[in-house]
Design a protein around this ligand. Structure first.
Ligand SMILES: [Zn+2]
Length: 140
């Protein structure tokens, strides 16, 4: 069974978004056959149900635009849940609370805040808890 996750977009609504990915298949001769495949998904109310594999690609390519909301389906797999949880934690940790810029690391976030919002102190702990609470509500 295919894992589905719900992906949220910041700006795309009632539009389809192509996800381009590569598949590598080994033929019998041991030669790798690389194919570029594109699938389109329609975002409605800024959300779309996308297979986990492709959702990962989409979020990785455009972290500022797309994020995981939750694992879809009645019985989401462990993997799907983990991916979503991990992202929610990461986002909460490394997203600037003042302008929502997503930073790659804790250090990057602190220097971003120092540089861009010098007079606004951080309250990262608060954000973390909010995001975690939100994640657990959405999983129920
Ligand atoms: Zn900022």
């Amino acid at each position: 069974m295919q894992d589905l996750v719900i992906v949220q977009s910041k700006t795309i609504n009632n539009e389809s978004v192509p996800v381009v990915f590569h598949t590598v298949e080994k033929t019998f001769g041991g030669i790798k056959d690389v194919r570029e495949i594109s699938r389109s998904y329609i975002f409605q109310d800024f959300k779309a149900r996308i297979p986990l594999k492709l959702a990962k690609i989409l979020v990785k390519q455009h972290p500022e635009e797309f994020s995981f909301v939750k694992a879809a389906g009645k019985k989401p797999s462990k993997e799907a849940k983990q991916v979503v949880d991990k992202q929610l934690e990461k986002q909460a940790g490394f997203t600037c609370e003042h302008c929502n810029k997503v930073c790659g690391s804790k250090a990057g976030l602190s220097s971003h805040i120092r540089a861009n919002h010098p007079e606004q102190p951080t309250s990262k702990g608060k954000i973390n808890n909010t995001a975690k609470a939100k994640a657990s509500i959405e999983q129920e």
